[in-house]
Design a protein around this ligand. Structure first.
Ligand code: AVJ
Length: 320
C-alpha cells in the first residue's frame, strides 16, 4: 500500500455550486454577507500565509508556542495512533505534534477542501517521515466526516482558531459532528484565540502593511473570476471592528460610493449604497468558561487547557 492516499468526498463541482448559492443568498440579503471560506483560492491562501508572519498577527505564533511546549503532554495524554487534522492547510504547526506522537503514530489524516494544499503538504511530510501513512481527505468537514479505517485511538485537531469563524449555532452543530466521529478514548485538540484588549485584536485584523485588507478584498477577485462579476477592489475599503457584545472581530468591505456589481453567471445585479457594508468574516474570541461549556454541550469534557506565556491563545484537549 502506498504511504500516500487521497480520498475525495467532495464532488469536483461542489465548490462551484456552493459558491453560487452563498453569493446569491449573501448578496441579496440585508445586511450583505459572505462566508469566509471563499477567501482561500491560491492567492488568498498565499495572503493568509503572509498574514501569519505579520508582526500584528499573533495567533499563529502563540499557537505554535503552545504546541511546541505541550506536544509531549498531548502525546502522553492521548496515545494517539491516528491524527486527523481538520483544515490542515500547509500542516506547518502539525509537524511538532506528529514528531511527538511518533513512533506510536500510524496514520496522519489531513482534511481540507484544497486538493493542491493536501498533495503539497502530504508529500513534503512523507519525505521527512518515511513509514507514516498519510491518508488525505478532500472534504468539507463542516457536516461531519467518514474517516478512513486507521488504528485508534484517534486525535482530531482543529487548530488556528478557525472555529471562531463559525457563528455560535454553527459551532454547536460542528462540535456535535466532531463528537460523533469520536469513539471512547479518542480526543479533540482545539485552538481558540482569546478575548483581550481591543487595540491588539483590531490591529491583528487591520495590519499596517495592508496584507489583511488585500486578503479581505480577494473575495471580490474570486467572485469576478468564478462568476464573471465586475466588482472592483478599489471601490471598497477594508474594515475590521471589535463587536464587544458578541466578543468577535468582524471584517467587512465598505463601498466607497454608490455602485452596482453585475454577476452574469447568476443573472444578478447587486446595488451598494455609499458606505454600505458587506460582512466577510467573524472571528470569535473565547474565554475558558465558554470553551468548556461549548464542549460540554457537545458531549466533550475539557481535560487540559494550555495557553502561551502571554495568555493570548489557548489549546484545549477534550475527551469523548
Ligand atoms: C485562519 C480563520 C483563524 O480568523 O484569524 C486572518 C483568518 N482572517 N486574518 C482568523 C484571518 C483575517 C483566521 N483563521
Amino acid at each position: 500500500m502506498s504511504p500516500f492516499q487521497l480520498t475525495r468526498t467532495l464532488a469536483e463541482n461542489a465548490a462551484g455550486a456552493a459558491l453560487r448559492a452563498d453569493v446569491r443568498h449573501g448578496l441579496t440579503r440585508t445586511p450583505k454577507e459572505l462566508p469566509p471560506k471563499w477567501f482561500y483560492d491560491a492567492r488568498g491562501s498565499e495572503l493568509f500565509e503572509e498574514i501569519t508572519r505579520l508582526p500584528e498577527y499573533y495567533p499563529t505564533r502563540a499557537e505554535r508556542e503552545i504546541i511546541v511546549a505541550r506536544a509531549s503532554q498531548v502525546a502522553a495524554a492521548t496515545g494517539a495512533r491516528t491524527l486527523v487534522e481538520l483544515g490542515s492547510g500547509s500542516s506547518e504547526k502539525t509537524r511538532h505534534l506528529i514528531d511527538a506522537l511518533l513512533p506510536d503514530l500510524a496514520a496522519y489524516v489531513p482534511v481540507d477542501v484544497s486538493q493542491s494544499a493536501l498533495e503539497g503538504a502530504g508529500r513534503a511530510l512523507l519525505a521527512e517521515r518515511p513509514g507514516l501513512l498519510v491518508h488525505a481527505l478532500v472534504a468539507d468537514f463542516t457536516g461531519g466526516l467518514t474517516l478512513p479505517d486507521t488504528p485508534g485511538p484517534r486525535l482530531v485537531a482543529f487548530l488556528g482558531g478557525t472555529i471562531g469563524n463559525l457563528p455560535p449555532a454553527e459551532r454547536r452543530e460542528f462540535l456535535r459532528a466532531i463528537r460523533g466521529m469520536l469513539a471512547p478514548g479518542d480526543a479533540l485538540l482545539l485552538g481558540t484565540d482569546l478575548v483581550k484588549d481591543e487595540a491588539t485584536l483590531v490591529a491583528a485584523y487591520d495590519d499596517a502593511a495592508g496584507v489583511t485588507a488585500a486578503f479581505n478584498k480577494n473575495v471580490l477577485a474570486v467572485i469576478d473570476r468564478e462568476l464573471g462579476a465586475d466588482a472592483h477592489p478599489e471601490d471598497f475599503d477594508h474594515v475590521a471592528l471589535w463587536d464587544r457584545e458578541h466578543e468577535w472581530i468582524e471584517m467587512r468591505l465598505r463601498a466607497r460610493h454608490p455602485l452596482t456589481v453585475k454577476i452574469p453567471e447568476l443573472n444578478l445585479v447587486v446595488p451598494f449604497g455609499a458606505g454600505e457594508e458587506l460582512r466577510t468574516e467573524i472571528s470569535a474570541k473565547f474565554r475558558q468558561d465558554g470553551v468548556r461549556a461549548e464542549l460540554a454541550a457537545a458531549g466533550l469534557r475539557l481535560a487540559h487547557w494550555w495557553t502561551d506565556e502571554a495568555g493570548r491563545f489557548a489549546l484545549s484537549l477534550a475527551t469523548a
